[in-house]
Design a protein around this ligand. Sequence first.
Ligand code: FAQ
Length: 311
Amino acid sequence: ELEGLNAHFQERIDAEEKIEPKDWMPEKYRKNLIRQISQHAHSEVIGMQPEGNWITRAPTLHRKAVLLAKVQDEAGHGLYLYSSAETMGITREELIESLHDGSAKYAQIFNYPTLSWADMGAIGWLVDGAAIVNQVSLQRTSYGPYARSMVRICKEESFHQRQGYHILMTLMEGSTEQKAMAQDAVNRFWWPSLMMFGPHDADSAHSAQSMKWKVKRQTNDELRQKFVDQSVEQAEAIGLTLPDPDLVWNEERGHFDFGEIDWAEFDRVVSGSGHCNRERVAHHRRAHDEGSWVRDAICAYEEKKRSREVA
Ligand code: FAQ
């Protein structure tokens, strides 16, 4: 019987039907999606920290208002994604617990420190840029609630990317020191941005099955290539150099060739030894604990409302 259910499920996937929360699904599909969506949600929420670091130090009121709005958007994205994961039968508490105990991951990029104002530019341009390339593809993912959350997230994300690019563009029109600051930020964030797409396809544990189930619509390497191709022209347009001597147009492939990623660094940062891993999780834990009274108050209020309705 299970075989029949599995076959029918794959037929629905092949026919481009969306899978909805109450539909039958293989246990592995459910587990894999909870893993991916929750890691995606954690990335949005942990991703607020490197930029939150600069809200009070933004150079103008306008930049401050824009950055504040962007960081708030990230909180919102986290919430859509947690809700989407919850439709698969896991609670928010369980998801947060896995973040705190280290069993759930979040994007490695957020374990790098933000050292200068130009980092806000590099994060918007490169980190949000990489995120969009991936998320545009995920708008067609097979799980309905996840696909729909991606549509809205992508709209907001393109504003994020432009605000980052605009910061760099402005710095590149400035003094020698400002130009150097922009270039330094790009030098530090370029390679970690390429790592955001995950290991090469041949080394990616989940890719083959995720492609078959159409959880992923394009592979890690395909998306990374797309990101490299689009970034080269954008860098040139404002006079920035990408820190890769092997970056060269390949006429035959119709794509840019680029150097090899330092996978040892990737493994180190993913497994907890990046610059900021401990700090990021500790900060989240502290904020979560300090906010417990709000959650308690909401629950108590809901409880009271319900008992009044019954009476
Ligand atoms: N960092 O078999 P695969 C954002 C792990 S955007 C850490 O290839 P998969 C917006 C992976 O989890 C960033 N770990 O895995 C923003 C797996 O470990 P596991 C978030 C990574 O899932 C911008 C193992 O390596 N976006 O936050 C990373 O098929 C600016 C093997 O990898 C998403 O999450 C990594 N970079 O492909 C916010 C997009 N890469 O779980 C603030 C949705 C891989 O077995 C500021 N996710 N790993 O223990 C995806 O598309 C996929 O999950 C991939 C990885 C492509 C990330």
